[in-house]
Design a protein around this ligand. Structure first.
Ligand SMILES: [Cu+2]
Length: 236
């Protein structure tokens, strides 16, 4: 019988696709909102200046450390606030072709969130060699030299969810971050540290922060149907 021969194969394929469990856009009824503000815990550090000894024409003579962007009122910019393990809900609204540029020996944007399985376009606006060295939990996941050719666009598929720290091996002071999101339930804090996550299916979640050097924070949160919940965090 053909059926009994093929059935185990189909079952195996089904198990594999279930285990991968990609995010599903199902729509949301009576979604809730999470909003709040991330502030610096304690006294914000004075931005460190590094003396540049190489490629000064492109990089400038000093490089101001841009890991922590803290506003006068203590708000921290570029913190990713996200919900853990959300399998279905609202539609993705992120850009399909995220870009990482290298300009004046800075990664631009300094921190960005991209959707899982997106293809990152890597380019350089500088006349010097750069390198995109990305670490996820301390391990190298990308190590890509970027030659000084402004028309060149390199492509890198991103398929490991989580926050990656970026570092240029040519200019050790060049740092940045890319967060690969497994669901669209994330926000990147604004200059004043505020953020909001919309259209959350009502229920219990774990809310998490990721910052290129600070945190992380991890807490339970309850999102009411059609309502708003405030969640503030302090990072350092
Ligand atoms: Cu560089």
């Amino acid at each position: 019988m053909h059926h009994s021969y093929w059935a185990p194969l189909f079952t195996a394929a089904l198990l594999v696709s279930t285990a991968a469990s990609a995010y599903e856009e199902t729509g949301v009824a009576h979604g809730g909102t999470i909003r709040g503000r991330v502030t610096f815990l304690g006294r914000p550090p004075n931005p460190r200046a590094t003396l540049v000894t190489k490629d000064v024409t492109a990089c400038g003579k000093t490089h101001i450390d841009d890991a922590f962007q803290v506003s006068k009122e203590g708000g921290v910019q570029d913190v990713v606030v996200y919900l853990l393990d959300v399998r279905s809900g609202k539609k993705w609204t992120d850009t399909v072709q995220p870009t990482l540029d290298q300009k004046g020996c800075h990664y631009l944007p300094h921190v960005q969130v991209v959707r899982d399985h997106a293809t990152l376009q890597v380019k350089s606006s500088d006349p010097v060699l750069h390198n995109v060295h990305a670490f996820l939990n301390g391990s190298t996941v990308i190590n890509m030299p970027v030659p000084p050719a402004t028309s060149l666009v390199l492509r890198q598929k991103l398929d490991k969810p989580g926050g990656m720290q970026l570092k240029c091996d040519v200019h050790a002071f060049m740092r940045g971050g890319i967060f690969v999101a497994a669901s669209p339930y994330y926000a990147l804090t604004r200059a004043d540290g505020t953020y909001e996550i919309l259209e959350v299916p009502p229920g219990s979640y774990t809310i998490v922060t990721w910052h290129e050097v600070g945190g992380p924070i991890n807490e339970p949160i309850e999102v009411p149907a059609g309502g708003t919940v405030t969640w503030n965090a302090r990072v350092r």
